[in-house]
Design a protein around this ligand. Structure first.
Ligand code: E4P
Length: 218
């Protein structure tokens, strides 16, 4: 299972990378805006900074929504760095763009997936990754994890090579459930990754070990 961090915050990306468990990064226009990164030139320069931190797989999202413009923008984003994965929304022109980019050997991540049908279409178009949004489904009373399970089953039936990148993963429990149902990748904030570290019995046990060592070695 791969861990991606879902942020445009360079400190968080460095911290996750230094932990030694990071396989990639996802961003979106909202995450860029949250860091105060605006304007095409600055946004592209920021993607380059992210690529310089991590080993591979940095999702950079297109803003265009029509085929010709999406394809042009996708090619420009891919040219920033070989680590870029072009992130394309699940719309009709997006599917055509995924097909065109994948025919050129450019990796894509089809975002805003909320149904199994959308996942099938994106895989047929040759997407390298699909991003089903678990948290946003949970937010409106649907079971996000059930969608991941459905897609895992469908992709297994037909041997689709598209990787299931569970997105909108907000906490450690989401992450663990994704592991249980077989998501290939999770993308989440740093807090969901570091949250996996914590258990009160670990803290208690370590305090006891150190105290016993101190007693015998003072
Ligand atoms: C995925 O690529 C998105 O950037 C992200 O996971 C959305 O998460 P959110 O629903 O917490 O905003």
């Amino acid at each position: 299972m791969k861990f991606f961090i879902d942020t445009a915050n360079l400190d968080h990306i460095k911290e996750a990378y230094d932990l030694g468990v990071l396989d990639g990064v996802t961003t979106n226009p909202s995450l860029m805006a949250k860091e105060g990164i605006t304007g095409e030139e600055n946004i592209r320069a920021h993607y380059k900074k992210i690529c310089d931190i991590v080993d591979d797989k940095v999702s950079a999202e297109v803003i265009s929504t029509e085929y010709d413009a999406m394809l042009k923008e996708g090619l420009e984003l891919a040219a920033i760095d070989p680590k870029i994965v072009v992130k394309i929304p699940m719309i009709k022109d997006g599917i055509k763009t995924i097909k065109a980019l994948s025919d050129k050997g450019i990796r894509t991540n089809c975002t805003l997936i909320f149904s199994p049908g959308q996942a099938i279409l994106a895989a047929k178009a040759g997407a390298s990754y699909i991003s089903p949004f678990i948290g946003r489904l949970d937010d409106i009373g649907f079971d996000g994890m059930n969608l991941i399970e459905q897609i895992v089953g469908i992709y297994d039936n037909f041997g689709f090579e598209t990787e299931i990148l569970a997105a909108s993963v907000r906490n450690p429990l989401h992450l663990i459930k994704c592991a249980e149902v077989g998501a290939d990748v999770v993308t989440c904030p740093l807090s969901a990754i570091t949250g996996l570290l914590n258990h009160p019995l670990t803290d208690k046990g370590l305090a006891q070990f150190l105290a016993d060592y101190a007693k015998g070695n003072s």
